[in-house]
Design a protein around this ligand. Structure first.
Ligand code: HEC
Length: 154
């Protein structure tokens, strides 16, 4: 009798735990309720992993021009300005993250813990620079090229 009660109790307890998700791996506590993908790759138009080929030099060149027009006021490759240096951004962030940051900085600042850390450090908010998605990918190629062969004076 005692045994059956204990079994019954164990049964109820485990049903309760499974019902509460106790059987699943516990997700990290995240007040913003970002998905794993968003935590790793940011929040914006890129919602699945990119498949990148070899660096496209023509795109990178186009990206460099856009960078000078729209980003240079706040970013340099090799030093801090208003924002962080970017020549090694692809060592610390995924390509998806970089494109999402370019396209959607306001939401990234509002919701992404890594961007909030940068905001605390730089005390300035990046703003959307009216960049089209296609242009953001050109800037990405430029940043990939800069990571591989950094231009010393930028
Ligand atoms: C008004 C200044 C400003 C402009 C213009 C600007 N940024 Fe930023 N950027 C920042 C700041 C400041 C941060 C750090 C996050 C924050 O505080 O908003 C940042 C962060 C970033 C990051 C994330 C860096 C990291 O280490 O994760 C990337 C990538 C980036 N910017 C790319 C660009 C590109 C590309 C452009 C041009 C299309 C651009 N930014 C235009 C100010 C700017």
């Amino acid at each position: 009798m005692k045994m059956t009660l204990r079994l019954l109790f164990a049964g109820i307890l485990s049903a309760f735990l499974i019902g509460c998700g106790g059987g699943e791996k516990k997700a990290p506590v995240d007040p913003n309720k970002l998905t794993e993908f968003q935590l790793a790759n940011g929040i914006g138009p890129v919602m699945k992993p990119l498949e990148l080929g070899p660096i496209d030099k023509a795109k990178a060149e186009a990206g460099a021009k856009i960078f000078e027009q729209k980003c240079f006021s706040c970013h340099r490759m090799d030093q801090k300005l208003v924002g962080p240096p970017l020549h090694e951004v692809l060592s610390r962030r995924s390509p998806e993250f970089v494109v999402n940051m370019i396209m959607n900085p306001e939401i990234m600042i509002e919701k992404h813990p890594e961007v909030q850390k940068m905001l605390a450090q730089y005390m300035q908010k990046m703003t959307y620079q009216d960049v089209k998605l296609e242009e953001a990918f050109q800037i990405l190629e430029y940043l990939r090229l800069e990571k591989e062969t950094p231009t010393p004076t930028k």
